[in-house]
Design a protein around this ligand. Structure first.
Ligand SMILES: NC(=O)c1ccc[n+]([C@@H]2O[C@H](COP(=O)([O-])OP(=O)(O)OC[C@H]3O[C@@H](n4cnc5c(N)ncnc54)[C@H](O)[C@@H]3O)[C@@H](O)[C@H]2O)c1
Length: 252
């Protein structure tokens, strides 16, 4: 018996990195997975890996910033699987790393629409079914940048901080239906996102800034996400777990 037997998990951005690792951990524990991404190659690879674990996986191509597309995609997932028990709002894009004076309206819109719009539009579409069944687990993916902020990351800091506020508000709003809403705020994590963006020197410097002197692995975020979506966390809502190798500790 797996702790996700009979459960259906929709994970946005699960064609790569943390979303894929989470999909595989939940599938190993019995979940069937709705893989949603705008990158179909990555989505298909995740789905194949889920099927290799003996679970069902279906893929949807959709952009989380598109309200109408997300409503359609969620309807299609519910049509195919019958329900959605678990939603992980994970799709994300890299920080616009520049001084505040260089932030453009396009950068602002992109960060707000992917991280906040994506979580809001997807949850809006999923929540009626969860309320009707009186069951649901929602995990929003924030970042250490949403907790402490980084220099030269205004739009990402703001969006990821907003994700934490959304989480707390929804935890209260949906408590009547016993729907748990929590957040995971990853520390530096070795996924295609930083690997495509940072030079080897920057990667090494960032690893050095972590008390554990290394990057986290996508699975180390996935275990925290899976815990929050599991029956072990049925009394946990409105919380944030930040797997970060001690990055946010103060003192020696
Ligand atoms: N990697 C890190 O160090 C780190 C740290 C803190 C938080 N995070 C957050 O974790 C989440 C996952 O990031 P990752 O590191 O696995 O990155 P990743 O780039 O490996 O994966 C992100 C996935 O999201 C998808 N995506 C992006 N925009 C989308 C959109 N508009 N619609 C649909 N899909 C979209 C991408 O195609 C990709 O498959 C993100 O929200 C990110 O901000 C990552």
């Amino acid at each position: 018996m797996g702790q996700f037997d009979g459960r259906i998990a929709l994970i946005t951005g699960s064609g790569s990195g943390i979303g894929r690792a989470t999909a595989l951990i939940m599938a190993e524990r019995g979940a069937d997975i709705a893989v949603l991404d705008r990158n179909m190659e990555g989505a298909e690879e995740t789905a194949e890996k889920v099927r290799a674990l003996g679970r069902s996986a279906k893929i949807w191509e959709a952009d989380v910033t598109d309200f109408g597309a997300m409503a359609e995609a969620v309807k299609a997932v519910e049509g195919a699987f019958g329900k959605i028990d678990v939603l992980v709002n994970n799709a994300g894009v890299s920080s616009d790393r520049c001084p505040l004076e260089e932030v453009t309206p396009e950068m602002f819109h992109r960060s707000m629409y992917v991280h906040l719009g994506g979580a809001i539009f997807t949850t809006q579409a999923v929540i009626p079914g969860m309320k009707a069944r009186g069951y649901g687990k929602i995990v929003n993916i924030s970042s250490i940048q949403g907790m402490v902020g980084h220099a030269n990351g205004a739009t990402y800091n703001a969006a990821k901080g907003g994700v934490l506020a959304l989480t707390k508000g929804w935890a209260r709003e949906f408590s009547e239906w016993k729907i748990c809403v929590n957040a995971v705020a990853p520390g530096h994590c070795l996924t295609p996102m930083p690997m495509a963006r940072d030079t080897p020197e920057v990667l090494a410097k960032k690893a050095e800034s972590v008390p554990f002197k290394r990057y986290g692995q996508p699975e180390e975020m996935g275990y925290a996400i899976a815990y929050l979506c599991s029956p072990e966390a049925d009394f946990v809502t409105g919380q944030v777990i930040s797997p970060n190798g001690g990055y946010l500790m103060v003192g020696y």
